[in-house]
Design a protein around this ligand. Structure first.
Ligand SMILES: Nc1ncnc2c1ncn2[C@@H]1O[C@H](COP(=O)(O)OP(=O)(O)OP(=O)(O)O)[C@@H](O)[C@H]1O
Length: 257
């Protein structure tokens, strides 16, 4: 069953082609890896999936809905959430407050009921608090929920970001280099967490430079190079593809493939 289908999508920045005529399919319940050397167009691709950029050409279909012209908040409401390559937390707010931000698409009470502190508002607040706590338990950070996010270790800050993306129960989560800068133990923890996210019913697309990790983790992968998709399929197929091997030779990721 299709979760996402991208058809002939391109993105140009002036004269630069960041993503060139890329098509791919992600099935429901998959962990799908996106790899490629620096500047290959991976983050631009995520930015199109989430409405930050609108593609110049092509279609993006989420289940049965065309989303390539939708705004980020509309795509978020359809159940797509993401983390960013660079940590984007409010360092002076608590871990719980940071995660709560991810609930915005689920909350219904408007300004009037908030001012009146109505019953529905109170009920919603309680629901949100419970959900935040439960999500922090999932990522193993409940004991830090009242600390300021800025006081957490780098690895734990990344987990807070994942919790913020998870708290809204997305259908599809996009993780942009969740293991960047992490030590081996932390990478293991993220691996485990990504599998649990999938087992709980969320489809995952993950960008990572750590190719050996993705080979073990993913059901399918695609490789971008200079904005073009040069291979896709099972990790075994992709990593033995001569175009992929060539793309990595001479690049700084050479040692990881
Ligand atoms: N807003 C923008 N304006 C102009 N050029 C951009 C913009 N965003 C990305 N690019 C360019 O598009 C190309 C693809 O960049 P992108 O960040 O998508 O690659 P990437 O595969 O995510 O790289 P990395 O692994 O280094 O994060 C690069 O040449 C980059 O400089």
């Amino acid at each position: 069953m299709r979760m996402l289908e991208v058809k002939n999508v391109s993105k140009f920045f002036g004269g630069l082609t960041a993503v060139n005529n890329v098509s791919l399919k992600v099935q429901k319940g998959e962990i799908f890896g996106l790899i490629g050397p620096n500047g290959a167009g991976k983050t631009t691709f995520f930015n199109m999936l989430t409405g930050i950029y609108s593609p110049n050409n092509g279609e993006i279909v989420l289940e049965d809905t065309m989303i390539q012209k939708l705004k980020p908040f509309q795509i978020a409401r359809l159940g797509v959430s993401r983390t960013f390559q660079n940590i984007r937390l409010l360092g002076n707010e608590t871990v719980a407050e940071n995660v709560k931000i991810g609930m915005f698409r689920k909350t219904k009470s408007g300004l009037i009921s908030a001012i009146m502190n109505s019953k529905s508002q109170q009920k919603e607040e309680k629901f949100v608090e419970e959900k935040v706590k439960q999500t922090l338990m999932e990522v193993g950070l409940e004991k830090y929920m009242d600390l300021n996010a800025g006081n957490l270790s780098y690895g734990n800050q990344r987990k807070v970001e994942i919790a913020r993306a998870l708290v809204s129960d997305p259908k599809l989560i996009l993780l942009d280099e969740p293991c960047a800068g992490m030590n081996d133990t932390e990478v293991e923890e993220i691996n485990f967490l990504v599998k649990r996210i999938r087992d709980n019913g969320t489809t995952v697309i993950i960008i990572e430079h750590n190719v050996p990790m993705l080979v073990v983790l993913c059901d399918n992968m695609a490789v971008l190079n200079h904005g073009e998709k040069i291979a896709d399929g099972s990790p075994e197929k992709v990593t033995s593809d001569s175009a992929v091997v060539n793309a990595y030779i001479g690049s700084e990721e050479e040692e990881v493939i």
